[in-house]
Design a protein around this ligand. Structure first.
Ligand SMILES: Nc1ncnc2c1ncn2[C@@H]1O[C@H](COP(=O)(O)OP(=O)(O)O)[C@@H](O)[C@H]1O
Ligand SMILES: O=P(O)(O)OC[C@H]1O[C@](O)(COP(=O)(O)O)[C@@H](O)[C@@H]1O
Ligand SMILES: [Mg+2]
Length: 465
């Protein structure tokens, strides 16, 4: 999709007339390698060839508005009531973002009232109209020490008009939505309903996804903490598989349509022989199939470690009638169990060829996303929260704050949901995975002499990858 400068312009509620608390501090600031001045923009693309292809002068090149404080703001902070909602699956760092929003709103902008909606958008329905928590600096002081979200979260559709009523009822004029693709879709619809009624309410999104499936953002917050946790399970399964005769280690990791967690967790340990992701189809049978590859690994080095994203191989499950055509409350596809299919088909195949496999299968599931944010993600969450507050106070709306090529920028919300971020099979991440696992080459079988000498471990070097 080719984007033009105008596609990347964010919506404003109106002119900014109030002095911001940062006015003086910003007066002398200019763009530098470490700062983007408020009037400057950040390029969408970063290679010479992509930029040259546009054939445009620099000020017409597709670019994002820089995030950060403005000298003038739209809202009078004394008249702001802010709302915060967390939607969709959990992700490390949700509490860090909530805490950062509350601290920035109160400390610098001196906003007096902040309400957190309970249990996602559900808390914004007429039925649950009192489902809010008053958020104060005291209330949020220690919340980053726990995973999850103090507000709760949920899936399932809500009526946009009902949610607008709920905002009006509470006098909320600034709403922060921390959510994934579904949450950003809901926020976009909500913002459209607000616009249709001519209301002065800013809606700012902070994209959240452990799957890293939202575009126009560097790795989303919490992703690093989640894949670090996932990597621990790969280590466990590797140890188990290596210590078992004909050991088969399988780890199934979250990632519905995008295999980023599987890729990064595998690279973090560099212990996987095979990584399976939704973006790269594979077959089970035949000389190039997964089963033959697994057999070669087992014969070559005595064991094999497989990391599968939960969305991998769904076509194989469908062919076998193992896929129910169902969705969750938010309309997300319910997946078939690729881990079970691998476990069963590998056991059957290896038994048939005369091996005696020991299967070690781990599905850490929620254990990777319920953890607290690591230090890196905590910093990231805090800076996103600051950017979100600045954007809202400056009257931006239907806008997400993201980090793009290491700069914090504003992205129009419709772009964030325009497509899904996926691992590019032609990209350098997948190339790194192929290099690390050796999936490009066939595993070499051991020298018969090695085997005679009893060394199942003899070939456990990179030489047999
Ligand atoms: N297409 C949509 N239009 C409006 N609201 C949506 C849409 N998709 C999801 N939502 C709402 O957003 C919330 C979170 O969505 P969900 O897909 O469960 O998680 P996530 O935000 O993590 O992707 C749910 O309450 C859901 O109803
Ligand atoms: O929380 P649920 O409903 O069990 O869904 C699990 C799904 O949530 C995720 O963790 C994240 O999905 P969302 O970003 O849509 O919330 C997926 O990796 C996983 O498939
Ligand atoms: Mg989602």
């Amino acid at each position: 999709m080719t984007l033009h400068l105008d596609d990347l312009r964010v919506r404003h509620l109106g002119e900014c007339h109030y002095d911001s608390p940062f006015s003086e501090m910003l007066a002398a600031k200019k763009t530098s390698p470490h700062y983007v001045a408020e009037g400057d923009r950040v390029l969408l693309e970063d290679t010479v060839s992509m930029l040259a292809e546009h054939g445009l002068p620099p000020d017409r090149l597709p670019s994002f508005e820089a995030a950060g404080p403005r000298r003038k703001i739209y809202f009078d902070p004394a008249h702001v009531t802010a709302g915060i909602v967390t939607a969709g699956g959990l992700c490390p760092g949700l509490n860090d973002v909530i805490r950062g929003l509350v601290q920035e709103l109160t400390v610098h902008y001196e906003v007096k009232r902040i309400l957190g909606f309970r249990n996602g958008f559900r808390g914004m329905t007429a039925e649950r109209c009192n489902d809010t928590i008053e958020l104060t600096p005291d209330r949020v002081r220690d919340i980053h020490n726990a995973g999850g979200t103090i507000l709760g979260s949920s899936r399932g559709a809500q009526d946009a008009d009902e949610m607008v009523d709920s905002l009006v009822l509470r006098g909320i004029n600034v709403l922060f939505v921390i959510g994934g693709d579904g949450g950003m879709r809901a926020a976009t619809r909500l913002a459209a309903a607000i616009r249709a009624r001519g209301l002065d309410i800013a809606v700012i999104g902070v994209p959240k996804t452990i799957d890293n499936d939202l575009p126009y953002t560097d790795q989303s917050f919490g992703f690093q903490s989640a894949f670090a946790q996932a990597a621990n399970f790969i280590s466990s399964v590797s140890v188990e598989a290596a210590a078992s005769p004909d050991g088969i280690g399988i780890v199934k990791l979250m990632g519905r349509h995008s295999g980023f967690i599987a890729c990064y967790a595998s690279l973090a340990r560099n212990a996987a022989d095979i990584v399976l992701i939704p973006e790269v189809p594979f077959v089970l049978e035949g000389p190039d199939g997964l089963l033959a590859r697994v057999e070669r690994h087992v014969r070559a080095k005595g064991f094999v470690v497989i990391v599968a994203a939960e969305g991998a191989g769904q076509d194989l499950l469908e062919q076998r009638g193992l896929l129910e055509d169902a969705t969750d409350a938010s309309g997300n596809a319910k997946l078939g169990d690729i881990g079970a299919l691998l476990r069963e088909s590998i056991t059957a195949h290896l038994t048939e060829v005369g091996l005696a496999p020991t299967i070690r299968y781990i599905d850490p599931s929620y254990a990777i996303r319920s953890v607290t944010a690591n230090a890196y993600d905590s910093v990231y969450c805090l800076r996103l929260a600051h950017a979100a507050v600045h954007a809202a106070m400056a009257g931006r709306t239907e806008t997400a704050v993201v980090r793009w090529r290491r700069r914090f920028v504003h992205v129009p919300m419709p772009l964030i949901i325009s497509h899904r971020n996926q691992v590019d099979p032609d990209g350098d991440l997948w190339m790194s995975v192929l290099e690390a696992t050796g999936q490009l080459v066939q595993p070499r079988t051991c020298d018969p002499l090695d085997i005679d000498l009893g060394g199942r471990g003899v070939c456990r070097s990179t030489a047999v990858r």
